[in-house]
Design a protein around this ligand. Structure first.
Ligand code: PLP
Length: 390
């Protein structure tokens, strides 16, 4: 037996485990400290009533001989794929056929799985800074990775460089961690670059429901030409509080028929689908009061973001994001782990060091705005006290 040596090239711990361990150490030394965690991007609001009702109803069905269901379709139940397709038509004015939609148990799993379709000698282009899982999964397979760098000069929205060729391109908009979002023109430039390079764009739209500016695209398929070069990944995690429930969907357009065929083959071998109960809960988001209830949750987190932005504005700290995303990218201007320690030790507020999202994240920290309102208000007060003029 030989181990996959590529794991030696990874950091020993995933970023959020490192943050968690540091917080745990502090908590053990200071058991009474009132720590506010603005670090890990996990939701805090409970599931909405319509989602819970749908789950209970599905369970009741499973208790009857007629309603019981065993293995479901690998690609997901028709009822959920139909709702997603209609949502795209009604809200984004895009036609996505229901058989272009594949239900999964999380965007992280889907984005890891999709690499199974691509040869390991494809060159990969990954934004820096970005959600760390993209780099890690490619390193596990031993692919060569180049970075497209987000800096203050490009507002953390890096654009294609035709001197670099690549076959697999990751884009994340709204971006985790910077909270920045591409406009149509920028995404169009990426689509043109992908077509010119005969490359595929893996478009992570996990935070698309947070986009408030109406001119910003929610889907890559709003861009002309994208159907011939892009796959879109979406998640119910941050949209509807499904981080613990687990449900997502991937869109592979018919123009990419071979990839669609391989993805079906991949699913047939590697999963037995997502549970009926989970998919019924996800469907509820699109029915009756679902859209309204979920929208209320998103607005709650965006209001948290506004309160924190207001606090940073008052004390003159520079930041990005927080308008179209549940993340604020705060400029700390120093070693981001040192800033992390200062925040934890001085005011008991946890942030995520920017360096954990890539080398170009140094000098910044990510603030997640998924906390409870009272914690956000308290954190804003502590930050203003620490950094405001004395
Ligand atoms: N993509 C991005 C950019 C994320 O930030 C996350 C989770 O934080 C995911 C994907 C994973 O989502 P899921 O919970 O559906 O696996």
């Amino acid at each position: 037996m030989k181990l996959n040596q590529n794991f030696n090239n990874l950091d020993e711990n995933y970023l959020f485990s490192k943050v968690g361990q540091a917080v745990l150490r502090y908590r053990m030394q200071n058991p009474t400290a009132k720590i506010i965690n603005l670090g890990i991007g996990d939701v805090t609001l409970p599931l909405s009533a319509c989602v819970v009702e749908a789950g209970k109803k599905a369970l009741d069905e499973m208790q009857t001989p007629e309603g019981f269901r065993g293995y479901g379709p690998y690609e997901g139940y028709e009822f959920l794929r139909r709702e997603v397709s209609e949502y795209y038509r009604n809200h984004y004015k895009i036609d996505i056929d229901r058989d272009e939609i594949f239900i999964g148990s999380g965007a992280k799993e889907d984005m890891g799985g999709i690499l199974n379709l691509f040869a390991t000698d494809n060159k990969v282009l990954i934004p820096n800074p970005v959600y760390p899982a993209y780099l890690d999964v490619n390193m596990m397979d031993g692919r060569t990775v180049e970075f497209i760098c987000g800096t203050e000069d490009n507002n953390f929205l890096p654009m294609p460089d035709y001197r670099i060729t690549s076959e697999i391109i990751y884009l994340c908009s709204p971006n985790n961690p910077t909270g920045q979002v591409y406009d149509r023109e920028m995404l169009s430039a990426w689509v043109n670059y992908a077509i010119a390079n005969n490359a595929i764009i893996l478009f992570d739209a996990a935070y698309k429901s947070y986009i408030t500016e109406s001119d910003k695209p929610r889907s890559i398929f709003e861009i002309e030409g994208a159907r011939s070069c892009a796959i879109e990944f979406c998640s119910f995690s941050k949209t509807a509080g499904f981080t613990g429930v687990r449900c997502s969907y991937t869109i592979i357009p018919n123009e990419l028929m071979m990839l669609k065929k391989l993805w079906k083959r991949h699913l047939a071998t590697k999963t037995n689908g997502v549970s009926y109960i989970t998919q019924k809960m996800a469907q509820a988001i699109y029915l009756d009061k679902g859209i309204e209830e979920v929208d209320r949750q998103i607005k709650y987190y965006l209001e948290n973001a506004r309160l924190l932005r207001e606090a940073f504005d008052k004390i003159g700290m520079k930041y990005y994001g927080g308008v179209n995303a549940p993340y604020i990218w705060l400029k700390c201007g120093e070693d981001s782990w040192k800033f992390f320690d200062d925040m934890l030790y001085d005011i008991n507020v946890v942030v995520t060091p920017g360096i954990g999202f890539g080398t170009f994240g140094e000098g910044f920290v990510r603030i997640a705005t998924f906390g409870k309102r009272e914690d956000i208000i308290e954190a804003a007060k502590r930050i203003q006290k620490k950094f405001g003029k004395k």
